[in-house]
Design a protein around this ligand. Sequence first.
Ligand code: GCB
Length: 610
Amino acid sequence: MLKSATRILLALLFAAPALAQTNTTLLVDIDHRPVTSLDGDWHTIVDPYSTGLYTFHQEIRKDGFFMNATPNPAGPPLDYNFAAAATLKVPGDWNTQRPDLFYYEGVVWYQKDFNHTPKPNTRTFLHIGAANYRTFVWVNTVKVCEHEGGFTPFDCDITSALKDGKNFVVLSVDNTRIADGVPTLQTDWWNYGGLTRDVSLVETPTQFIDDYDLHLSRTDHGLIEGYVHVEGAAAGTQVTVAIPDLKATTTATVDGDSRAAISLPVKSLTLWSPDTPRLYKVELSSGTDKLTDEMGFRTIETRGNQILLNGQPIFLRGISVHAEAPFRTGRAYSEKDVDTLLGWAKELGCNFVRLAHYPHDQRMTRAADRLGILVWSEIPDYWALQFDNPAVLAKSKQQLTEMIRRDRDKASIILWSVANETPNNPTRTKYLTTMADLSRQLDPTRLVTAALLVRTEKSPTGTTKIVDDPLGNALDVIGTNEYIGWYEQGLTGPDTTTWDIHYDKPLIMSEWGGGAKAGLHASAGTTPAQFTEEYQAELYKHQIAMLNKIPQLRGTSPWILMDFRSARRLNPGIQDNFNRKGVISDQGQKKQAFFILQKAYKDKTLGKAE
Ligand code: GCB
């Protein structure tokens, strides 16, 4: 073992850590391909000064720190020894695995040995489900890729770096918050670092299906259309798409861009909806590559201020959800985490979730497909990004592209969100209009939204909330966040608030609510104070009455399903680094507000009955 560690120490060659490009791809439908899991224990070295990336004069290491570890016994001592280092579980954030890493923001090195037998005509990828936030990857001392962005998957082609027999992979993962990052320095969630989702090896034929889009035509519910892209395929290569349960099959050929246009007529299709979340096995093949997906087919569009699912108006009874793991806290990644979170959403009577504030694990959107829960999915264009920085725009674009590419096969997703609570100024509007345009270009079949801040004016009878942010022009559905009765005005604030919405578009109240510590109760006969369960429950009642008066309200996703860790929440004894706006605590205790919302959703007394 020590031998292998020394080998690593001797051999690692470090290229410049500047993130000029990501040189990664993203394999679609990875969870249906056979993979070799690299999950489990990884050796890890905590490197708070980025010593492995920079010299003592803060120069980027071109040949690497490990060059110092010569085999000469008289040489300098070894500073790194992976074999003797403590392990961390992958997937998993490091913060909740080791108390000394709870607040840690910096570099952690990960190392794992694995065996491999190269096969002819095969490409091998290292798949990383998510690594927060910046990652550099080496296989057998060869730098294979780098990636920025903590919530989207990436795949490094490691074919030429692999050897027959023993191999090893080394990654540096850095969760330092950076001003020019997406997200930027301030967020209201925990900056969980590490390899937070699955890591695996994936083998594909040299030519393989790397991307596709298959969706129901908005104008013809008997037609599935889209494309299949075959990486490395010459024009004329054949692609077949089949849906055996519908006895439907078609063969097409790729063009000069290795992309085949698909048009597949279907009969007796059961449309996917929350009431009938029917998924079909879809078989895709080209040459020796074969993939199976499970897909639902539905349409989503707007008409005036209505949202139409399969041509019918729908009201989105939702809840916002962070990817915080129930009971144990930390980043959610498992089937169990997903079942618990979405199980609670179902219990509330939801047909919709807002997956805040970044793409969640793919298990979440797969489960939403199975359970019939509509999804708002977003990238962390959150608060005050550097909207005047083209490099930041490139990062946002990359994350949007990765999110859409991974999840465009999920019928549950109806909304791509390009931003949350951003400052209203022309530079921001231009930036986010570019993002909305990109979303439509990448996926014309879904609706584009963003959670906007609203303006407040005094009215003769109370307060008017004005929705006139010019970003609304670029959106199909307007999302607005408000905390009337929590950050502003008292408990009865919603009673005297009216809404003035300058867009004839559907509106989702994408955040509203207030905090409560589970088990903290108001004394009988007193006006409830903030953070008691009674206050939160009362606030929900006042909010529901107000929301019902907004004519173009087409959905709500109150903030939030479950309490979540946030370093901004500093109130001792109450918050203790948790945002307490959950209707359920992080330990699964349902607060009174849960039952108020549940009743409103089940009785359909919040929102218009469809
Ligand atoms: C917001 C943010 C959300 C916060 C929430 C709060 O408006 O979008 O990320 O957690 O308010 O609790 O203040």
